[in-house]
Ligand binder design. Structure first.
Ligand SMILES: *[C@@H]1O[C@H](CO)[C@@H](O)[C@H](O)[C@H]1NC(C)=O
Ligand SMILES: *[C@@H]1O[C@H](CO)[C@@H](O)[C@H](O)[C@H]1NC(C)=O
Ligand SMILES: *[C@@H]1O[C@H](CO)[C@@H](O)[C@H](O)[C@H]1NC(C)=O
Ligand SMILES: *[C@@H]1O[C@H](CO)[C@@H](O)[C@H](O)[C@H]1NC(C)=O
Ligand SMILES: *[C@@H]1O[C@H](CO)[C@@H](O)[C@H](O)[C@H]1NC(C)=O
Ligand SMILES: *[C@@H]1O[C@H](CO)[C@@H](O)[C@H](O)[C@H]1NC(C)=O
Length: 287
């Protein structure tokens, strides 16, 4: 943890000696690139001038300190049916990632929606890993879409024909999708695969051509982040964090306030009214 000194230039506040951006994306502390430049759970890697969440291939589009949000590209979940046996799934992916190894992220319920594509499918998001088994998730929510023949799905309409969408609740931690298997006989020409993905609510419009086989897709998803422990029991509220001796309190700038996280446990820091900058850095907030 390296909140030693800061340099404040207009809107950008960074830890001295640390890389401040990668591929045009600003990297504000607690995010950082390289040893001593990030808080645990917030490491970013700059690979070929492209920022990714450390240890993953998840591309980072935007990082913000207040509001505490990240926009990243997450993989789409899919299953494709066998052309010669359309009642059987031939290949599939849950879209699982290692994005939340340190538990700092929650999928934003305010910015994202869950979208399912297919002509005869029910898709779900798995979302929270159960304590019973590492490979087991709680299946929370999803939706069903049907289309009788190709022309029934219409561009621009995600209304349960070829495409359906639902809101998600707060608290979801994992990008993990699951489908029921339905016979695709007679549909292989226009709907050989099912798809499930989270996406920025303002960033997806259904196209009938999206039903065709192209499994290697990612989608822009907002993550809420907060200062929290690896699991809920080790996460602190503001009141607990301020008096804790074991954990480093993150709101180190003077003229800063602690606020409980709104999506999941833990807390965030922000500059007090009349001040701006980065509340996670010593002297990060200025008037
Ligand atoms: C598709 O189905 C055929 C016929 O049942 C089978 O021989 C073939 O192995 C299957 N292909 C895959 C990739 O599962
Ligand atoms: C599918 O659509 C065709 C043409 O509109 C219709 O004749 C047929 O009954 C429909 N099948 C089902 C299962 O809805
Ligand atoms: C959707 O997100 C992508 C990736 O961030 C971006 O390039 C594109 O401009 C966005 N489109 C809209 C309509 O917001
Ligand atoms: C998937 O797409 C990405 C970006 O377009 C590309 O770099 C990668 O090679 C593709 N992977 C496969 C298996 O096609
Ligand atoms: C923050 O959360 C703690 C524990 O849940 C609670 O006791 C406290 O009142 C909350 N503080 C605020 C300002 O909401
Ligand atoms: C607190 O902030 C003021 C300016 O906002 C600064 O001049 C002062 O040095 C800071 N005090 C400490 C103890 O960091």
């Amino acid at each position: 943890a390296a909140a030693a000194t800061t340099e404040a230039t207009k809107n950008l506040v960074v830890t001295r000696g640390c890389v401040t951006s990668c591929g045009g994306v600003d990297i504000p502390y607690p995010f950082g690139i390289g040893s001593g430049c990030f808080r645990k759970g917030f490491e970013i890697e700059c690979i070929n001038n492209s920022p990714v969440l450390a240890g993953t291939s998840i591309h980072v589009v935007h990082l913000s300190g207040d509001p505490a949000e990240s926009l990243v590209m997450l993989p789409v979940g899919w299953q494709c049916y066998n052309t010669s046996s359309p009642d059987k799934v031939e290949a599939s992916s849950h879209g699982e990632t290692e994005m939340n190894k340190h538990g700092v992220y929650r999928l934003s319920n305010t910015h994202n929606m869950l979208v399912i594509l297919g002509c005869n499918t029910m898709g779900n998001i798995g979302s929270v890993r159960t304590t019973r088994d590492v490979d087991e998730y709680s299946y929370y929510m999803g939706c069903m879409t049907f289309c009788n023949y190709s022309a029934t799905a219409q561009d621009g309409l995600c209304a349960s024909v070829g495409c359906c969408h639902v809101d998600i609740p707060p608290g979801l931690t994992h990008n993990y999708f699951y489908f029921r298997v339905y016979d695709h006989t007679g549909m292989m020409d226009f709907s050989p695969c099912d798809y499930a993905f989270l996406v920025d609510r303002t960033n997806y419009t259904f196209r009938r051509s999206d039903l065709l086989r192209d499994t290697n897709r990612t989608s822009p998803v907002w993550l809420d982040w907060a200062i929290r422990g690896d699991d809920d029991s080790t996460s602190l509220s503001c009141a607990e964090a301020a008096k804790a001796t074991t954990t480093e309190y993150a709101c180190v700038s003077n003229h800063s306030d602690c606020v409980n996280a709104t999506n999941g446990p833990g807390y965030n820091c922000r500059c007090s009214k009349g001040y701006q900058g980065n509340a996670y850095l010593v002297n990060g907030c200025s008037s």
